[in-house]
Design a protein around this ligand. Structure first.
Ligand code: GTP
Length: 882
């Protein structure tokens, strides 16, 4: 019989071994230590006696739980209140922003008006100035530009001379009154003295010695001029000096005036140039605003200049409307001297533009070409509808498409019809309908996920003997999500148990209501097998198409989507494309995703070679140099260099993204990486469900031999592995170790993208073992966990005998009945084990794929909550490499 150890029993009662030993001693039960074993009889005594303790503990736990719940409820309430407050604040903020925006718009409008008025005024002023200038030029015909200044200077000089002459006369008069001998002097001498002494007073003032001069006996001017100051008459000397002084001053002033005049003239020229530039800018701005208004563009985006990636200095200058020198100067200051024809990096373009106070958007070739086409309504012509058939498995999708392909074909020919490409076309009443031959909503949704909306109408096929089934509902939801109208084909009406009315009834539950019952959907009863009602169905599709008024411009370069593509051994890259606009011709240069080429040959759905394909035509094209992907958009280019450039650019971008994935360290490559590295360190980020695990691991790591590789724990915390952890690991070349925790979806995607290794464990010793082995290059994994699928728990329900089961949606991959699973709640692993039941509605199924709903029961586990995640995985053997 199994024996129970003291410490196990203690654990069961949530007490320490010592406490348990004390109880045993009280009960007189022999036990020495925690590892002592107890007979079953003793164990049952203990259980009986300790029952009140257990109950007490349970009550405590219950109380604690209740308190916790209350606290949580309160916290939630507070959170809701805060959220409400935040919402109100956000609303107010938005209102403020709206008002601000309005204000800005009004200001912009006012500025524009002001600019207009200013422009008008400036034009008038300029005209006036021009008139005045012309007038002036007429007066001073042929005169140099500085002449007016000289003239005014000469006037000034004449005025000054007049003043000085007066002053000299006054001085002479004074002197004549004081000294009689002056009277004897000749008239000419007197006149000369008068002329020459006009600046005498100022000279005297300068010398500060009028008395001294007055006291000295005078000499004859002529004599004085020959023999120096001694014999010179005082006034003559003063006059001479004044004349010399004046001449140099006048010359200086004149020189200055000339300079000033020439400065003024260049200044004027500059100002004129600036004014003209400003006017041109304003006119350009006005034109842009007018164009933007005419094209319904967002006015706030107007200031952003679109610059193609790799633009040269000259191109950027032209786009920004600034002199190239301005850009070269800034590049020089930024330490990146470039010449006019050199191209600039994205960063440099942005830096320089920023420095110039301009907003730019560097456009990749992809962005440059990713505009939506605009067609003038008068160029639009009706086009055939494009139809996809959807429905539950075995309800007859393939049979219907087959029946449709045989429509209008004579019995004898029927056998010869082969489905050449992934789409077909039928003619009814002289009109064409295009069918996409990959039925089912997976393809439909996959295409839609890639941005390809090719289907105009969905035919929902429902077997009259089976009624609405799970995939019927899923198809409805997918069609509704894409906003595509549904025509219902009630199939298998030839079968004895067929009940078309029941189908109609059931579909009303999902909002699909027959027209005859006042709803929006056309219903047609058919038998795909017996070819009954097929024409009626096609007519219904045409009626629906009429409502949609499907149109496209056929007279332009073709564009559309790739429906499927493959590499054919004999023919190379083969792609089925659906033209949505324009007309595709043999010889056209086109790009589809990363593939580029010229259309070498085209085949229609019946496999016949054709020269052209218009809107809604599916064709198989040969000639692409690589294989595009289903859903890729294709476009024809006028110039095949543009097509090649775009394809190259896309391929280059993909390559760069691939290369940019830094090769991070993993436990497997640790040894080899360390062999090359100078610093031998292993960085770890540890995430665990409880603090204890972190401490236990850290403890073991500390004890590890770190002489060859130093182990650094750069971050350790309790909780799920998040995107931030991955970012940190990426930046510090670290490995993430998780205990009882899982990465969330974002973290998983980031780790995949950045090549960061995440290792999750449920036992510590296994992690230590792996790290230890990796350190010495001995990590040889023999098993590998392969994730198969993820199920999101949407709801839980009670199943008799099974207990609580989870109503799930498979969000990734495929979950199989025999997969191993773990239940993850908020990133923490709460259960690991097996699937007890996997069901689609009432049926047990082997597996369920992404996009489908199912019920999952877990083995011996009932604590499932909505919002939990069930991760399914398989453990696979890994072949040893050595
Ligand atoms: N009696 C009868 N049987 C039909 C009719 N249409 C289809 N079937 C049969 O139903 C079965 C399933 O038809 P499929 O066309 O393969 O159905 P499906 O929806 O394409 O099936 P999956 O491709 O598996 O999703 C085949 O055995 C058909 O012969 C019909 O109008 N009457």
């Amino acid at each position: 019989m199994a024996k129970t150890r003291v410490h196990d029993l203690a654990k069961e009662y949530g007490m320490t071994s010592k406490e348990m030993l004390d109880h045993l001693r009280d009960m007189k039960i022999p036990a020495k230590s925690a590892s002592s074993t107890l007979e079953d009889a003793y164990v049952s005594i203990v259980r009986k006696k300790l029952k009140p303790i257990l109950e007490d503990r349970a009550a405590q736990i219950e109380a604690a739980k209740k308190a916790e719940e209350e606290a949580a409820a309160e916290a939630k309430k507070a959170e809701e209140e805060a959220a409400e407050k935040e919402r109100v604040a956000a609303e107010k903020r938005r209102e403020r922003e709206r008002a601000e925006e309005e204000k800005k718009r009004a200001a912009a409008e006012a500025a524009r008006k002001r600019a207009e008025e200013e422009k008008k005024r400036a034009t008038e002023k300029a005209a006036k100035e021009r008139a005045e200038e012309e007038e002036r030029n007429r007066v001073h015909d042929n005169a140099p530009k500085s002449m007016p200044t000289f003239t005014s200077l000469l006037d000034q000089i004449a005025q000054q001379e007049q003043v000085l002459k007066q002053q000299a006369e006054e001085a002479a008069q004074k002197k004549a009154e004081g000294q009689g001998r002056r009277e004897r002097r000749s008239d000419s001498d007197h006149a000369r003295s008068e002329r020459k002494s006009y600046s005498a007073p100022s000279r005297m003032e300068q010398d500060g010695s009028p008395e001294q001069g007055e006291g000295r006996p005078g000499r004859k001017g002529r004599k004085g001029s020959r023999r120096g100051d001694e014999g010179e008459d005082r006034y003559s000397r003063m006059a001479r000096e004044a004349e010399a002084y004046n001449r140099s001053r006048v010359l200086d002033e004149a020189r200055e005036a000339v300079e000033e005049a020439s400065r003024e003239s260049t200044g004027r020229r500059r100002r004129r140039k600036e004014r003209r530039q400003k006017q041109a800018e304003e006119a350009a701005e006005e034109k842009r605003i007018e164009e933007a208004i005419a094209n319904d563009q967002d006015l706030s985006q107007l200031d952003t200049v679109k610059v193609p990636q790799g633009a040269t200095v000259a191109q950027l200058a032209e786009l920004l409307g600034v002199p190239a020198n301005d850009i070269i100067k800034r590049l020089f200051l930024l330490g990146n001297p470039l010449t006019l024809t050199e191209s600039m990096s994205d960063d440099l373009i942005e830096l320089v533009a920023d420095d110039l106070g301009r907003d730019v958007k560097v456009m990749t070739k992809e962005e440059e070409n990713s505009f939506t086409f605009y067609d003038d309504p008068k160029d639009l012509k009706p086009r055939p509808p494009v139809v996809t058939v959807m429905g539950h498995v075995d309800h007859g999708k393939t049979s219907l498409l087959d029946a449709i392909r045989h429509t209008g074909v004579a019995e004898g020919e029927a056998g010869g019809i082969t489905q050449a490409i992934g789409a077909s076309q039928v003619k009814i009443n002289g009109r064409t309908i295009t069918f996409i031959d990959t039925p089912g909503h997976e393809t439909f949704t996959a295409m839609r996920a890639r941005g390809a909306k090719v289907t105009d109408i969905v035919i929902l096929i429902v077997a009259a003997d089976d009624g609405v089934m799970p995939q019927t509902v899923e198809s409805i939801n997918h069609a509704k999500a894409a906003g595509v109208p549904i025509v219902v084909a009630v199939n298998k009406i030839d079968k004895p148990g067929a009940d078309p009315t029941r189908v109609r009834q059931e579909l009303t539950e999902y909002g699909i209501i027959p027209e005859e019952w006042g709803g929006q959907n056309m219903f047609v009863d058919i038998s795909a097998k017996k070819h009954i009602g097929i024409d009626n169905l096609l007519e219904a599709v045409l009626l629906e198409a009429d409502v949609l008024e499907l149109k496209a411009n056929p007279d332009t370069f073709a564009s559309g989507n790739v429906l499927e593509a493959k590499l054919d051994r004999g023919r190379g890259s083969v792609a089925t494309v659906l033209v949505t606009r324009g007309t595709l011709h043999v010889g056209d240069a086109l790009v589809a995703g990363m593939a580029y080429g010229r259309v070498r040959a085209m085949l229609d759905p019946k496999g016949n070679p054709v020269e052209t394909a218009g809107p809604s035509d599916p064709v198989e094209i040969l000639g692409l140099q690589s294989v595009p992907m289903a859903g890729d958009e294709f476009r024809v280019f006028q110039d095949d260099r543009d097509a090649r450039d775009l394809a190259d650019q896309r391929a280059l971008k993909a390559r760069i993204e691939e290369q940019n994935r830094v090769k991070h360290v993993t436990l497997e490559n640790l040894f080899d990486t360390m062999a090359d590295a100078e610093v031998k360190e292993l960085n770890l980020i540890i995430k665990a469900d409880v603090q204890g695990s972190i401490e236990a691991l850290q403890d073991s790591l500390d004890k590890m031999d770190q002489s060859e590789v130093r182990i650094n724990t750069i971050h350790a915390a309790v909780g799920a592995i998040t995107e931030t952890d991955v970012t940190l690991a990426d930046a510090s070349n670290a490995i993430i170790i998780g205990f009882g925790v899982r990465p969330d979806a974002k973290a998983r995607a980031a780790a995949e993208r950045e090549g960061v290794e995440i290792r999750t464990y449920s036992v510590i010793y296994k992690a230590i073992e792996d790290i230890d082995a990796a350190r010495i290059g001995m990590l040889k994994p023999t098993e590998e966990e392969v994730q198969t699928g993820i199920a999101e728990v949407r709801d839980t329900f009670k199943v008799p005998k099974v207990g609580i089961a989870a109503g799930c949606m498979i969000s990734e991959g495929e979950v199989s009945r025999d997969d191993q699973v773990r239940l993850v709640r908020d990133g923490i692993v709460v259960y690991e084990g097996k699937i007890a039941s996997l069901r689609r509605y009432k049926d047990d199924v082997k597996s369920v794929k992404a996009g489908f709903e199912c019920g999952i029961g877990l083995e011996n586990f009932q604590d499932i909550h909505p919002g939990d995640q069930i991760e399914a995985y398989r453990v696979e053997e890994v072949a040893r490499t050595e």
